[in-house]
Design a protein around this ligand. Structure first.
Ligand code: UT7
Length: 329
């Protein structure tokens, strides 16, 4: 009997309408379009402006998009996993809130916290659940409202981030397509260089932490940059080597979108042609766990059944990794 594999059978996405471009950012802080474009590669990002709407709103919109494109019914879904750092509340999970909004009643739903690597970690987890036979229709979401944890008076972090959500449907198959391999890593050395200081259990929010803006992202950019370049490049090369893939075997490389210069380094290390690299940082910025599923969402029509695709991400923790999959439709 052929082994059961997990294959992506549909994709949905959502980004808010509001566009925050570099010109508008330059009126908010001491920065400019030339610096942001050349140092990061971002021109504009989407921001969820509507009051009282959080990440689960965008995740549910992405799920509705997937349902309408694939004809999937909410009652058929048996597991919802959401990679996110910006759940609407500390609890319940974003996955459970998004499932409720999308009318999903027969599923287990929970979040996976692996920062910007949240989508690939969720996809690898969902793959194990499909391969073991536990679940048959899994929604794997990557969604973040990064504007909710961004200090718009800090020019070293504010230009980087945007809001969005992407989702894929994962199902069993016995065909030679689907998720083939994953390599995932964590190194806690990253904590002090990229974190949110207050609002968690070690330092619950107080008037003082709010006044000091400690509920926003703190990042030592240059240190994080070096690790992102090395770790994403190495893990992408490692997964290619492990699966005997040359650069010419790769149809698409979908890297996390934190900085165009980091993406360039991964492209150089893997040797993959630049026209096979999916890029959305210029118009969406770093949407954290959403960058990769949004890349899949925007490029779905370009993919052919059997295409070899490498996903790779790096984020807080540090967490990083790569997934090798064959496109299924
Ligand atoms: O997704 C999760 C993981 N995160 C990442 O992978 C992000 C990794 N880090 C980066 O992408 C980059 O380090 C940044 C984009 C955050 C910063 O770029 P950089 O080339 O490392 O710049 P830098 O922090 O070394 O700053 C260079 C200069 C500084 O001025 P001085 O000290 O040389 O006079 C900064 O003050 O650029 C200045 N600068 C800015 N200038 C204009 C920093 N931010 C800005 C800005 N506009 N927005």
């Amino acid at each position: 009997m052929s082994k059961i594999k997990a294959v992506i059978t549909g994709v949905g996405g959502y980004v808010p309408n509001y566009i925050l471009n570099n010109q508008e950012l330059s009126t908010m802080m001491d920065t400019n379009d030339e610096w942001i474009t050349s140092r990061i590669g971002i021109k504009e990002r989407r921001i969820l402006k509507e009051k009282n709407k959080g990440t689960s709103f965008m995740a549910a919109k992405a799920i509705e998009d997937l349902f309408s494109k694939t004809g999937t019914k909410p009652e058929d879904i048996d597991l919802v996993l959401c990679g996110t750092t910006t759940a609407d509340h500390i609890y319940p999970s974003c996955a459970s809130m998004a499932a409720e909004k999308a009318g999903i009643k027969n599923a287990l739903a929970f979040d996976i916290q692996a920062a910007c690597s949240g989508f690939i970690v969720s996809l690898a987890t969902a793959t194990s659940f499909i391969e073991s036979g536990h679940y048959k229709k899994i929604l794997v979401i990557g969604a973040d409202k990064m504007s909710s944890i961004t200090n718009y008076t800090d020019r070293t972090t504010a230009p980087l981030f945007g809001d969005g959500a992407g989702v894929v449907l994962l199902e069993p198959t016995t065909e030679e397509v689907g998720i083939i391999d994953s390599l995932l890593h964590t190194d806690g050395v990253g904590m002090k260089h990229l974190h949110i200081k207050a609002g968690g259990s070690a330092h619950p929010a107080t008037h003082e932490t709010i006044d000091k803006k400690e509920h926003y992202t703190y990042q030592e950019g240059a240190y994080v940059f070096k690790h992102a370049v090395t770790d994403m490049s190495e893990v992408s090369a490692d997964i290619m080597k492990k699966n005997n893939l040359s650069k010419d075997d790769i149809a698409w490389l979908i890297p996390h979108q934190a900085n165009l210069r980091i993406i360039d380094a991964v492209v150089q290390r893997t040797g993959v042609d630049y026209d096979k690299v999916i890029i959305n940082i210029d118009h969406f910025g770093n949407t954290s766990a959403a960058t990769i599923p949004l890349g899949i969402w925007e490029s779905e029509k370009k993919f052919k059944k059997g295409d070899n695709i490498i996903l790779t991400a790096f984020g807080a923790g540090f967490t990083w990794g790569a997934i090798y999959l064959k496109w299924g439709y």
